[in-house]
Design a protein around this ligand. Structure first.
Ligand code: ATP
Length: 324
């Protein structure tokens, strides 16, 4: 395996960087009259990590299966690694995937399982020590697979996907059911994989599992694209606010007078007030409010900045129900 991917013969290095590894538009899958993926556009830049986020049944696995030639798209066009999406045989040797969970032999060690799959796939078995290191299983590679934690099993599955030295790595919900420490290990491993110049597409139904690892997210719901772009640009419906609460009723009354006298956008809450930050700097506004409260003799027990979480923003886009 190359530490830094080389440009394939016949490819100009600049072109390789410019052309998206995946560039598909209008990807659609219908089963009978049911549309499960509906006109999705997907563009993955080389070396990027893209999170495919959506509730159960959103269409994540179906999109991945269409890219991998396992499911034939009803419509849509584009390229994967420069080859036409309709001819997966032309590009699949450069793609590694973990989809629907790994299937290994329980009695064999992690290393022997990789040997088996390398032989089966016609891959160079010399890469196995490097793969084991990359997925963080060195030291445990000789233990039987059945003794591995779920996180280790998933990492071995990702290791198997890397045996062919792929340029594109597709991982379907690798963190599903894995404990927080296991998730952290998987995230670190995904970063190492992308740092080698590989392009990663990874799915989850929870943004929180991926938000610290993705460059971009694609949010799906009921087969439709709801958002595609950088995490920090996810639209938020609720305003950023500074929350304030006085010690008792008289402090809250005084707080109400203080805030209304300053022309701020204020909302009365059950246990205090929310002041909209608007376009200003939240830290500066919080500092000013604190100073005013001291000047007016208002005793505060709460003053903090509340921002809508990224997970909440995704839930705004997709609703909360599952649709499998
Ligand atoms: N072969 C099939 N025939 C009919 N419907 C299917 C088929 N495969 C998938 N579906 C339906 O397509 C929809 C999308 O499924 P898909 O597995 O792609 O969603 P997902 O986002 O990966 O969900 P999950 O997180 O549950 O895996 C679901 O409603 C599913 O029931």
């Amino acid at each position: 395996m190359n530490a830094q991917k080389q440009t394939r013969p016949g490819h100009n290095a600049r072109d390789a960087e410019r052309v998206d590894v995946v560039a598909v538009t209008g990807l659609t899958k219908r089963y009978g009259r049911r549309t499960v993926v509906d006109g999705v556009d997907l563009h993955l830049a080389r070396g990027s990590i893209t999170g495919l986020i959506g509730p159960n049944g959103a269409g994540k696995t179906t999109i991945m299966a269409m890219l991998l030639g396992l499911v034939r798209p009803t419509s849509g066009r584009g390229t994967v690694l420069g080859h036409d999406l309709s001819r997966p045989g032309d590009y699949l040797s450069r793609v590694g995937a973990l989809i629907e969970g790994p299937a290994f032999f329980g009695n064999l060690s992690g290393r022997d399982n990789l040997h088996y799959f390398a032989r089966l796939g016609g891959h160079n078995r010399g890469v196995i020590p490097e793969v084991l290191e990359l997925v963080g299983l060195q030291g445990r590679e000789g233990d039987p697979y059945r003794s591995y934690s779920l996180g280790m099993k998933q990492r071995l599955g990702i290791g198997a996907a890397l045996l062919g030295d792929p340029e594109l790595v597709v991982l379907d919900e690798p963190t599903n059911g894995v404990d927080p420490a296991g998730m952290r290990d998987i995230r670190a491993m995904v970063r190492r994989i992308a740092a080698q110049g590989r392009t990663v597409l990874i799915s989850s139904h929870l943004l929180a599992e991926l938000e610290h690892v993705c460059d971009r997210v694609v949010v799906l719901d009921q087969g439709g694209l709801r958002y595609s772009g950088a995490l920090q640009d996810l639209p938020g419906s609720r305003a950023e606010v500074i929350l304030l609460r006085g010690l008792d009723t008289s402090d809250n009354d005084a707080l109400g007078r203080m805030l209304s006298g300053r022309g701020l956008a204020v909302e009365r809450r059950a246990d205090g007030f929310a002041v909209e930050v608007g376009r200003g700097d939240p830290a500066q506004l919080a500092g000013e409010l604190s100073r005013c409260a001291i000047e007016d003799g208002v005793r505060l027990v709460e003053l903090h900045h509340q921002r809508q979480s990224l997970e909440d923003r995704v839930l705004d886009l997709v609703g909360t129900g599952t649709r499998s």
